[in-house]
Design a binder for this molecule. Structure first.
Ligand code: SF4
Length: 319
């Protein structure tokens, strides 16, 4: 059976994810195992399992890290999603050696929220409750000075005291279109609200969504490779559904494909979230080739050439 696959580009790894994974790999190379990582370095099981196999130990909180028996400080790495200020403070108080793998584009949002707070603004953060990035951004300023909104209804319900000055910032991995609606509602209710200097939704999120938006109307079905807890992957699924392709599937590996789901599908869109490695995309294409006469068309909307520096402490590799 023939199957046309429209491969959305850009897709998969972004510069922030690539940098975070390199930080863990370089730390393992330089300091040896174990290297501790607070939270999944990026939201992808394959990546986490691969690093675990090399000696990374994943923990959710710093107090899970055992005190060093030999006095040799083991590095602890903070994930790409960013952490509240209390985490590096806690690490310093425990005299831990930490390396921050927060994506520079998340750090940019942190600094912006801090700057607005220092200038006397109350912060409205658009994002998803409970996501580590949101917890990290909220944790840059004192509790009670940042209000989280997730929906248009939240904007309607906002109660702001008379005379308060407002600024907003957003999670980096939101839906571009849904966020534009929320921002418009905020501006309508609070005309003086300050906005970020540059969009907080990052280039990788924006480009992957634009690519999916381009291919979706041509597809009978669309697959996104990514983890269920990956915000940007979930947004790609929504973007496909909102732009003419109602049949969507989020999957982590080829083994999760329900083949009956592909019955009657002639044109399949394929994309991957920013934390999904190429090897998983290749695996899915290979699995499709095992069942169909696959013809691939890559639909590219832009080229990416973003690269982030790694922290100085890891620049010199182990001798
Ligand atoms: S998705 Fe965007 S913000 Fe998140 S790690 Fe990648 S580049 Fe950074």
């Amino acid at each position: 059976m023939p199957l046309q696959v429209l491969l959305a580009a850009p897709r998969g790894f972004c510069a922030g994810v690539d940098r975070a994974i390199r930080i863990v790999e370089l730390a393992l190379e330089k300091y040896g195992a174990p290297v501790y990582v607070r939270h999944e370095i990026v939201h992808n099981k394959y990546v986490v399992d691969s690093l675990r196999a090399k000696g990374a130990v994943f923990v959710e909180e710093l107090d899970e890290i055992p005190p060093d028996a030999d006095g040799d400080k083991r590095p602890v790495i903070f994930s790409a999603h960013g952490v509240p200020k209390s985490v590096p403070e806690d690490a310093a108080a425990r005299e831990m050696f930490y390396v921050d793998a927060t994506c520079p584009l998340v750090s940019k949002v942190h600094r912006e929220a801090e700057r607005h707070y220092a200038q006397g603004y109350k912060i409205v953060l658009i994002g998803h409750a409970g996501h580590p990035e949101v917890i990290g951004t909220m944790g840059q300023i004192p509790e009670g000075e940042v209000i989280l909104v997730e929906t248009l209804a939240d904007v309607e319900r906002l109660k702001i005291e008379e005379g308060a000055r407002l600024a907003y910032c957003t999670q980096t991995t939101l839906s571009v279109e849904d966020t534009a609606d929320i921002v418009a509602a905020l501006k309508a209710r609070f005309p003086g609200i300050q906005e970020p200097h540059k969009d907080d939704i990052c280039y990788a999120t924006t480009n992957r969504q634009a690519a999916v938006k381009t291919v979706a109307p041509r597809c009978d079905a669309l697959m996104v490779i990514g983890a269920p807890n990956s915000s940007n992957s979930n947004r790609l699924v929504e973007v496909a559904a909102q732009n003419g392709c109602a049949k969507t599937m989020l999957l982590q590996r080829a083994g999760e494909i329900e083949w009956s789901w592909l019955e009657g599908v002639n044109v399949l869109g394929l994309s991957a979230g920013a934390s999904a490695p190429d090897v998983l995309i290749d695996e899915v294409i290979e699995a499709l080739r095992g069942r169909f006469a696959v013809e691939i068309e890559e639909v590219s909307i832009t080229q990416e050439d973003v690269n982030f520096k790694i922290p100085k402490v890891l620049e010199e590799r182990a001798a």
